[in-house]
Write a protein that binds this ligand. Sequence first.
Ligand code: SAM
Length: 344
Amino acid sequence: DSEPKREDLQRIMELMDGFKASKALFTASKLCVFDLLHRSPGLDSAQMAQEIKASVKGTECLLEACVSLGLLKSKDRKCQKPVYENTDLAVRFLRSDASYSLHGYIQHCNNTVWPLFSHLESAVLEGSHQHEKAFGKKTNDLFQDTYYNNQEIKLRFMRAMHSIAKVTGKDVATAFDLSTFKTACDLGGCTGAMAYEFTEAHPGLTVTVFDLPAVVEMIEHFRPQHKDNRVSFVAGDFFQDELPKADLYILARILHDWSDEKVHSLLSKIAQTCTPGCGLLLSEIFLDEDRKGPCRGLLQALSMSVGKQRSAAEYTLLLKSHGFITAHVRHTDNLLDAMLCIRV
Ligand code: SAM
């Protein structure tokens, strides 16, 4: 055997350490390190430990790890411990009140995704999700049985969706010329973060956000400062209830949560409500047709949820069977891709 190449070894070590880096980020975020340093830049580890009510030794290790990950900067002082500040990355994405904050999604990863992935081996052996092992209860409908049973978990999930919608929404909303559509309905539109991006990008468009009653009752927590009266909310279940009438239906990060059977039932309902010429805008991570990437989609599929990750061609086929022809597909270079289909 030839000597291993340094970069190959490095690559494997990075993969092996990846979970430690994730957990360091989750922990610093949960302990509000980035918020505290935004308010009081220049704390040292002892001052930070006091603020977050943690050990000095543990806090020092966490702050140093965050520096090595590019999340914090440290400034050395003569004969004294260094002081810490947020890097630009932390200012932009890790403060909980930043416009593009990922704090909500990071908390979701820590509290939900992490426990699920700690049972990955069982998930792979059994080919099913591990909610029962991770959270101690059976789940038929992830949203109604797990996320929305408890106000705190519900708000945390909504904050997670909100944060991703804020960073991806503009790219999805501007992916296509939507000037022929006057009314849209964002099915499973959660906090409305995506809907507000659509009205901002399309001055002639009004958007109805349709989501479960448990979600709609919480929207005051998420209403933007400058209220836009072109966005309204309707509570209902998209499998059971009548859908609001619209020229354009938006399905952002919805279909990957459901089996083909459920997807067919939802698409057939939309198709019945649509008249020819109506649009359907789908936004998901589209797997490459050869299923070799993107990594984010393939790693997400490992959660073995009842849904699945699909390619643009797979979505096109599903939609075609309900009379929707794919007009355009856009890989946005952001976290989500998009597809615009027209009902024939
Ligand atoms: N579309 C949003 C986005 O891209 O940020 C949220 C996506 S989130 C993964 C799925 C959304 O579907 C949640 O807001 C959830 O409440 C909603 N949902 C789940 N089941 C539903 C149902 N039966 N009827 C209506 N909405 C539902």
